[in-house]
Design a protein around this ligand. Structure first.
Ligand code: NI
Length: 402
């Protein structure tokens, strides 16, 4: 047996042990729940059926202290064993994406243009799975299961915080499916795990006119074009090369006719960073550059920055609890790390601005499965990850509440 085969065999045996933490009846209920959610995806803020399905699943599992929060979300409380012990929260997001599924699975989405392509059906289900284990073997303090709507639009987490459902909570844990890692591999590192996601919109105002007589105009198209190129120097020249950052222009709009210089031109884009200082620098410099380039072309610029999710930064204490949970459920060897910074966004970041915690990435790939990633029509995670993540989340709650 090669070293690689031996490692795979060891990992598979640990996964099997994690799956066996659940009774056959529980496994059946969780698979049914996941497939029901998967077949009936709903977009952000529309998760009404999802909310009802999850409420019913929690109640069937004996978790009866359930109430609606954040419009289409739920909070369920699992009592702890020791009055006054620290309260811990576990979060699973529940919304889907506007994608038409092409997996051909028997439980594929019943709706064209709607799919659980980011695995939030898995996340919601493994939160319920953790609840099942915690009901049997409670943590010291109460555990609040947060079934959060509207992650894809970055709005659900702030609304959950506003609801007060996390008041008095010591730490929060959550996880995301990750097709780049095998089932039985988990990322639970301290520090940045996802990027901030601010967006910008810039309108360059000039003076339009006949395309044949540019000397009588102030051409916003040339000014905007200059800006798009100049913006490429923000990451390369202004940002510390040791810090990850992205400035991408995704929208460029101007004009109505080939021989007309328009009055204005508009662009929009996204700014990503993993530390607050880089985020602030890119936002400030982009604004400065827009005004400077506008001035160079006798234009004016209107710059609108919209704050998205902050960088997601796992706290040292939160990561230590999560790592101890991974060691307990799987093994030391299960702990892995991202090779490079993840520049995607995740609204779990809002929680970690307020409390300790850790957001993990849980492997969902298995030999023979497609390598289709999240947000693609063929995304198909391995369902054993449900039990692995459920067990790790439950163990994280116990560790942080002790
Ligand atoms: Ni997601």
């Amino acid at each position: 047996m090669s070293q690689h085969d031996a490692r795979t065999a060891m990992r598979e045996s640990r996964v099997k042990a994690a799956v066996a933490l659940f009774t056959a009846e529980e496994r059946e209920a969780l698979l049914t729940l996941r497939r029901t959610l998967h077949a009936n995806p709903e977009l952000s803020w529309q998760e009404r059926t999802t909310q009802a399905t999850l409420r019913a699943a929690l109640e069937r599992a004996g978790i009866t202290d359930v109430r609606a929060i954040a419009d289409t979300g739920l909070v369920a409380t699992i009592p702890g064993s020791t009055p006054g012990a620290p309260i811990v929260a576990l979060r699973g997001d529940i919304d889907a994406l506007p994608i038409t599924e092409e997996t051909g699975l028997p439980f594929a989405s019943q709706y064209s243009g709607l799919m659980h392509a980011c695995g939030h059906d898995m996340h919601a289900t493994w939160a319920v799975a953790a609840g099942m284990l915690l009901r049997r073997t409670p943590s010291a303090g109460d555990v609040r299961l947060i079934l959060q709507p509207a992650e894809e639009v970055g709005q659900g987490a702030p609304k959950v915080l506003d609801s007060g459902a996390l008041d008095g909570v010591r730490a929060i844990f959550g996880a995301h499916v990750d097709w780049r890692f095998s089932v039985g591999e988990v990322v639970a590192t301290a520090g940045p795990l996802a990027a901030s996601t601010d967006t910008f919109e810039i309108v360059f105002h000039g003076r339009g006119g006949h395309g044949a007589r540019p000397q009588d105009t102030c051409d916003p198209v040339v000014g905007l074009s200059d800006f798009v190129m100049a913006a490429q120097t923000l990451v390369s020249r202004r940002l510390d090369p040791a810090l990850p950052g992205v400035v991408s222009v995704g929208v460029v709009q101007a004009g109505t006719a080939a021989n007309v210089i328009p009055e204005s031109a508009r662009c929009a884009g996204t700014i990503r960073a993993t530390v607050p200082a880089a985020r602030a620098l890119l936002c400030d410099e982009l604004t400065r550059l827009a005004h400077a380039v506008a001035a160079a072309h006798r234009l004016t610029a209107t710059v609108t920055l919209s704050e998205g999710t902050p960088p997601l930064v796992n706290t040292p204490l939160g990561a230590a609890w999560a790592q101890s949970a991974v060691r307990e459920v799987l093994s030391e060897q299960a702990l892995t790390s991202l090779a490079t910074a993840n520049m995607g966004g995740e609204d779990f970041a809002f929680y970690l601005e307020r409390m300790d915690g850790c957001f993990m990435r849980v492997g969902t790939w298995r030999e023979g499965r497609s390598r289709s990633g999240v947000h693609t029509p063929r995304f198909d995670p391995d369902e054993d990850a449900l039990f692995v993540a459920g067990a790790i989340l439950a163990a994280s709650a116990r560790a942080a509440s002790a």
